[in-house]
Design a protein. Structure first.
Length: 381
């Protein structure tokens, strides 16, 4: 099996599964319970958060345990908009955002907030100046994805954060899902108020997400219940999920230092060789994550290519898995980024992790060449 859909989800590290199993078995009690078993579970919960805090230098942040980045993104956009609406009614984000940010921003727009969606330049990138120039005296929130989950575009979130210090009324949120433990950022130094993160993109487990919230940044809770996690996110905390998340983040950070340059070479080679196949066009910009490559084969059905490769035990995707309910619809992100319909509707995403190799890249290139050639022959016959 060759798995090049790592941006959708990843296979958990064996150590992560072991950490989860041990914590779930030994520390099963509710961490809010007052008896000794509850105290033990609370200690494990807090220890996991402390490990994550040390790794990301989060001395001035609360670490909130959530179900995933979709929940974290919703919590920030809705919670910050509602909390700070007395300051203004304007939100700045981009067209490259994950659906959980984009659709939530659209909903807020329908509720009376004004939202500016920043589009990329012709080279596929969005400069810090372009985002900053949209901030007004009524802006209360800027929400920017660090790495586009479809195109791999890297946005200059640290530079945006530094420049936002001139706009103290606006809070800053970063969707760090595709950047964490791959393209690190200094969250504190960049002045970021909220950070969304999803361990299952880093060989962790599904159903366990993280939201880093600066202690001075407020959110209106989106759920009613007990007072867990400072009442920001009521509900019993996921002790085993947090233990597993801390383990996945630590291992992924160690692998980043060892393998990130190898991944960069794989991506560059994959891009250069796929571009040689007649009909294949590269969509990802030069300034992209080494873990993501987006290409199109205009005139061909992307889902047909995906299924043909799957028969060869090679797995890629058409677009974000969270946006794949209508397989025939063009990629919303590519369309809004200015790609023509044929290109946006035939987009393919190949995404890698530290587990992929040059041998696998070569097999993918050969298989793509065969599949595209065979589909052209059928189409022209």
């Amino acid at each position: 099996m060759i798995y090049f859909d790592q941006s959708a989800t990843t296979q958990p590290y064996p150590e992560v599964i072991s950490s989860y199993s041990e914590a779930a078995g030994r520390f099963f009690a509710n961490p809010a319970s007052l008896h000794p078993l509850g105290t033990e579970a609370e200690q494990v919960t807090e220890q996991a958060k402390e490990k994550i805090a040390r790794q990301f230098n989060l001395e001035n942040y609360d670490i909130l345990s959530v179900s995933g980045a979709t929940e974290a993104n919703n919590m920030v956009l809705q919670g910050a908009a509602q909390m700070y609406k007395n300051r203004g009614d304007h939100i700045v984000t981009t067209v490259l955002e994950h659906a959980s940010v984009y659709e939530t921003a659209k909903r807020l727009e329908s509720e009376g907030f004004r939202v500016t969606f920043v589009s990329p330049d012709d080279d596929g990138t969005i400069s810090a100046e372009k985002v900053i120039n949209e901030i007004t005296d009524q802006t209360i929130l800027v929400s920017v994805i660090h790495v586009s989950h479809e195109l791999g575009t890297i946005l200059p979130v640290e530079e945006i954060g530094r420049k936002m210090k001139d706009y103290p009324k606006a809070r800053f949120h970063v969707d760090h899902v595709q950047g964490a433990c791959k393209l690190p950022i200094n969250i504190e130094k960049a002045g970021i108020d909220y950070v969304s993160l999803s361990p299952h993109k880093l060989h962790g487990l599904k159903g366990s997400g993280l939201l880093f919230k600066r202690k001075s940044a407020l959110l209106k809770p989106q759920m009613n219940g007990g007072g867990q996690q400072g009442a920001n996110r009521p509900g019993t905390e996921n002790t085993a999920g947090l233990a597993a998340a801390a383990k996945a983040l630590r291992i992924s950070e160690e692998n980043r230092g060892a393998y990130v340059n190898d991944i960069r070479r794989l991506n560059e080679y994959l891009s250069s060789e796929l571009a040689k196949i007649p009909g294949v066009e590269i969509n990802s910009p030069q300034n992209r994550s080494p873990f993501i490559l987006n290409v199109s084969v205009p005139g061909m059905k992307a889902e047909a290519i995906v299924q043909s490769l799957a028969k060869k035990d090679i797995y890629i995707s058409t677009k974000s898995a969270c946006s794949s309910n209508d397989i025939h619809a063009p990629s919303r992100i590519l369309a809004e980024a200015g790609f023509e319909h044929k290109r946006a509707s035939s987009a393919l995403r190949l995404s890698m992790s530290y587990k992929n190799s040059m041998d696998e890249v070569c097999e993918v290139i050969q298989a793509m060449n065969r599949v595209v050639s065979e589909m052209k022959e059928v189409k022209n016959s």
